[in-house]
Each structure stands twice: as C-alpha cells, then as structure tokens.
Design a protein around this ligand. Structure first.
Ligand code: MSP
Length: 508
C-alpha cells in the first residue's frame, strides 16, 4: 500500500485582493504535494478558507449584506486564483461548512467538559485584523507586534483554554521531535519568546460580535477564530469520528506549511489543543518567510502590487510558479519584483531549459527527421552527462525531503546547463557534415533527449504545464518516476513532434 502524505496550507481569509505573497504558500505546498504524488505517495493536499471573525462581519456590514452572503461571493476569488495557478488540492475546506461548524462545537464542548476550557473574564488587548490577543508587554504603545496596527482594549466574560497546563508537555515534545518546527530559528523563537517566559491560558470565546461558531451550550459566545480555524485540519477528515476512513488514513498531518507570522498558532496553540483532545501531533510545521516588495510589506493600502493573474496572463503560469519556488531560499524572506520575475524567466526558463529543448528537437528534425535512435557511441563527456542525469533523482529527493525546494530546482537547472554545454562541446552541426559520424551524432541527440526527459519528469511538480509540453514534443509515454532510474528509457524509433517555443525571451 502506498505511504500517505497529508499536507496543508493555512486556510485563507477570504479576500478580493490576493497578492503574490498569498500565492507563495500555496504554490510551494502544491509543488511538494505534486512531488510526493510523483514519487508514489497517497497524497492528501488541503487548502481552504477561514471565514469567521469580526473582520469579515465588519466588511459585510459595510457592503450591506450578511457575512455569509459576503463570504459566498468572495470565496470564488480564491478558487479561481488557485485554478489559474494549477493548484492541485484534494480538498477545499470552508469554515462555514456545516460539518466543520458542528465538529468545532463538539471540540469546544469536549474541552469544556474535561475542564481544559473554563469560564472567566478577559481583559486585554486585541488586534482585529490579525484576530490576535496580546498582553501589554507584547503590544508596546498599543501597537500589534505582527502588523503594526493599533490594538484595542477589550473586557468581556469569556472562556479560556488551559494552555499553561500543557507547557511542560509541549517543551518535552519539542525536545523529542527536533524536526517538528523548521527552520530551527523559528523553534528557538517560539521557545524563547513565548513558551519559556510562561504560557498563559488563552481566551477562546468572544461575545462582542456574532459572526463565528456559537458555543452551543452558551450561545452568547462564539468560538475564537483560531480555535475554529486550526480545527480545520482534522474536521475535514471527519473528526470527531476518529474511526472515519479519512481520519484513520491521513492523520497525523505530515506537513503544515505556514507563513512565519502564524507559526505561533501552529506550534503552540494547535499542539496543545491536540494534546487535550488526546490526538497525535502533526509531524512537521514549516514556517516560511515573506515575499516583500521594495523590502516592505505587500499591501493593498500602498497599492504596490498587481493581481497575480495579471502576471500569469503576461508571462505564463509556470513562469510565476517557477519564480515563487526558485527565487527565495525557502524559509527566508525575499523580495518580489517584476524585473526579477522577468530575469529569472529569461535566464532559467528561456535561455537554459527552453533553449536546450528547442535546439535538441530542432537538430533531431534537421538531421534525422525527428526519428529517435540510440547507437550508444559514447565517450567520456557522454558518461559525465549520463551520470549527472542519473544521479539527479536522488539528489532532488534529498533536497525535497529537507524541503529545500529552491535547491532541488537548482540541481535540475544545473544539469540542463551542463547539457547545453555538452552541445557546445560535441558540436553536432560539424558531425552532421560527415556521413561516417551519423551514429555518433544520433547518440549525442539521444543522450540530450533522454536528459531532457529525465529533467522534465523531475520538473513536473514545479512547472507541470511545461513538463507536459516537453513530453508532448518528445512524443514519449515514459513520464513516471521509475522511468528515470535508468538512462536509456526514452523509446527508440519514435518520431518527435515539432518543437514549440516553451518560453519567449521577455524584453522590457
Ligand atoms: N486565516 C489565517 C490562517 C489560519 S490557518 C489555520 C491566515 N490567513 S491569511 O490569508 O492571512 O494568510 C494565509 C497565508 O498567506 C499565510 O501562510 C501567510 O503567511 C501567507 N502570506 C500572506 N502574505 C504573505 C507574503 N507577503 N509572503 C508570503 N506569504 C504570505 O493567516
């Protein structure tokens, strides 16, 4: 039976203004999901929308409609954006789904009945846009440490979750699972800034607004959005029915991929909730950095970005995916600019990959009418190319297992660069002039085509549209993962299709 892999993105706040930063998490998650599928895993890839909370209630009011009408309308924007990016999610959860709402009520009640949640009074500071509570020492000068906006003082009767009770257990869990939080710097940040100073019980209900999941045994209260939102990772699997097929098969999650500002929720609140529910903890939370523009936030109020669909229209979906995956070392912050997107596309996709594919297929047509044969007249340089192409599978696997996505891609690009160099060194055009060198020429072209095929298989998770164009040009059926373990799998005696330009050089 195939091994399972359960990967999630955060669930997004519904928005009419998604930007390239929002796409970042999802493109990376999609590539990891596709990579795991390629390598034989039974993958469950989940994304969705986080639809409750004061912020949505306010926006709906401004628009003169109910919150549900508001989210119903806007949700299509997320689905449309993910479709245009080729996001291959298996399940899209909405926190307004009935089964999710009922499951959250049951979770809340269970925690209350077992005394992990109790009733008290909340006095403190709250950031509406981030839906976060802060202490005075955290929100210096009444400013939210996450988003820099003003927090407001709130005081109300509320339920609390006994986070403090789980502090020692959480530290022990971190110790026993050194890879639970990646990169390591984020784990240290959690330990030093939040856990070691002492976890305080967490306010988990609100009475000052209505748009949330009501606490069923005390309907003046709605469940705190983060309790509601984090639960999505298990309610979609059928929780509280832990016997359900999906729950049995996929829980615990293998990877929660999240932006760095929400690592805190995923590595403190979420594990403590799961411990209280007596469930296994996820295997890993990876907190990636932010894409910035001119070193600062991508922000609607600054008007410093375009809808990502405009870039897709202009440069193609794979150029956008490639940029997001390759440009920034995964885990770090990075700067987004259209110029950098263009130069990445030109350098890696047009000049390196596109050029190699085009040159090779054009030469095969010119010298052999597109007929593929492999007379195996190999020399030293061919062996180098063959070994490079063959070792790529394991190298990429190691990098992907460490979630070093940009480095995995760079290894593939490096092999393609070497293949371009191999053309320059073996000079097929001069061999073509000599009838006695025909077999040598055919061998060189075969080695190139096979290298391209191997690279295209490994590029499938990252730039799937381009890989499938390459497979079409190669007219090959050998596109599965096993097929790249041996060099020489590309079918002989097939006729290649005509070359098509994969990426035009962009001149701006
Ligand atoms: N609804 C919460 C998550 C709940 S998960 C149980 C949320 N939503 S969000 O829409 O604000 O953010 C979704 C994801 O987009 C987060 O991982 C966030 O880090 C990511 N990004 C938003 N802007 C970003 C950049 N500029 N760059 C990279 N990722 C960014 O948080």
């Amino acid at each position: 039976m195939a091994k399972k892999y359960y990967i999630t993105t955060p669930i997004y706040y519904p928005s009419a203004n998604f930007h390239i930063g929002h796409c970042y998490t999802t493109i990376i998650a999609d590539s990891i999901a596709r990579y795991k599928r390629l390598t034989g895993y039974d993958v469950y890839f989940q994304t969705g929308t986080d639809e409750h909370g004061e912020k949505i209630e306010k926006k709906a009011k401004e628009a003169g409609i109910t919150p549900k009408e508001y989210v119903d309308k806007i949700i299509e924007n997320a689905k449309d954006l993910w479709a245009s990016l080729g996001i291959s999610y298996d399940y899209f959860i909405r926190t307004t789904d009935k089964n999710h709402e009922e499951a959250v009520q049951k979770i809340f009640k269970k925690l209350y009945e077992q005394n992990d949640i109790y009733k008290g009074e909340y006095k403190g500071l709250y950031c509406v846009p981030c839906e976060s509570f802060w202490t005075e020492s955290q929100a210096v000068n009444n400013i939210c440490p996450d988003c820099g906006r003003e927090v407001k003082e709130v005081s109300e009767e509320a339920y609390f979750f006994r986070l403090s009770k789980y502090q020692d257990k959480l530290i022990k869990f971190y110790d026993e699972h050194p890879d639970f939080i990646l990169p390591l710097s984020r784990k240290n940040e959690m330990l030093n800034n939040f856990i070691k100073p002492g976890l305080e019980d967490l306010c988990v209900s609100r009475t000052s607004f209505k748009w949330g999941i009501p606490v069923d045994f005390d309907p003046n209260h709605v469940v705190y959005v983060w309790i509601d939102a984090l639960s999505n990772y298990i309610t979609s699997l059928g929780y509280p029915n832990t016997k359900s097929e999906k729950f049995q098969k996929y829980w615990p999650a293998d990877l929660h991929l999240v932006g760095k500002e929400i690592v805190r929720f995923h590595t403190i609140i979420w594990p403590c909730m799961l411990m209280a529910l007596n469930l296994e903890l996820p295997k890993q939370v990876f907190g990636h950095g932010w894409l910035k523009i001119d070193g600062g936030k991508i922000s609607k109020s600054l008007g410093n970005y375009k809808d990502p669909r405009e870039y897709i229209k202009e440069y193609g979906v794979d150029a956008v995916r490639y940029y997001a995956l390759r440009e920034v070392p995964f885990g770090n912050d990075g700067n987004f600019s259209e110029e950098a997107l263009i130069s990445r596309t030109n350098a890696d996709l047009a000049n390196n990959l596109g050029n190699l594919v085009n040159r090779t297929i054009s030469m095969s047509h010119k010298y052999f009418d597109g007929l593929v044969t492999n007379p195996k007249i190999n020399t030293e340089i061919d062996e180098i190319l063959i070994n490079k192409a063959l070792s790529l599978k394991d190298i990429v696997e190691t990098k992907m297992n460490e979630l070093k996505v940009n480095e995995a891609i760079d290894e593939i690009m490096d092999t393609l660069r070497f293949a371009n160099k191999y053309i320059d060194e073996t000079t097929p055009w001069s061999l073509a002039k000599d009838e006695t060198k025909k077999n040598r020429l055919a061998t060189i072209l075969y080695n190139l085509l096979e290298t391209i095929r191997i690279c295209a298989v490994l590029l499938t998770p990252f730039i799937p549209t381009t890989s499938s164009k390459i497979f079409n040009e190669l007219n090959t059926k050998k596109t599965d993962y096993d097929s790249i373990s041996t060099f020489g799998t590309l079918e002989e005696n097939i006729i290649l299709n005509k070359p098509e330009i994969l990426f035009n050089r962009i001149d701006k």
